[in-house]
Design a binder for this molecule. Structure first.
Ligand SMILES: [Zn+2]
Length: 154
């Protein structure tokens, strides 16, 4: 699912609704490159807790992102555990500016966008195919010089 309708959940203050959902994630762009969550549909835990002052939303899942390595453009796979929390203040009659949850439109919780943004927050600055991919060129140089010295010996 990409969205969740809150109307199906009736909570009293202090109560919590927990549900295993099938979360649908779309590919997204990062630094001009395209990253694909695999699988596109994955199990996630959605929890909604009613506090006296509002609603607390928790979304938990682990996804694997497939995309190009920042340095060598080879295939990179990154496991991303996500544990996101959002808060929606209860509406008050005074109409005071409240803390609004960005992914809530009326009773509709936009899980696709929330999930994608939550993944983005967990990502490192650079996605690499392996932690030491930065050293690829150095290794290449060493090999070349080894080959050069071998050639000199012949
Ligand atoms: Zn790489």
């Amino acid at each position: 699912m990409r969205s969740f309708n809150l109307r199906q959940v009736k909570l009293r203050p202090g109560e919590e609704h927990r549900e295993e959902i099938e979360l649908e994630l779309e590919p997204f762009e990062l630094g001009g490159e395209r990253y694909l969550p695999v699988p596109g549909t994955l199990p996630a835990l959605l929890a909604i807790t009613k506090a006296t002052s509002g609603l607390v939303f928790d979304l938990r899942f682990t996804t694997r992102l497939h995309g190009p390595c920042y340095r060598c453009l080879g295939d990179a796979v990154l496991e991303v555990p996500v544990d996101a929390r959002e808060y929606q203040a209860a509406s008050n009659p005074e109409g005071v500016e409240e803390l609004r949850m960005a992914y809530l439109d009326e009773d509709n919780l936009d899980l696709g966008t929330w999930g994608r943004d939550a993944i983005a927050l967990e990502l490192p600055d650079k996605i690499l195919c392996r932690p030491d991919c930065a050293h690829t060129e150095e290794t290449g140089d060493t090999r070349w010089s080894a080959l050069e010295s071998l050639r000199e010996q012949l």
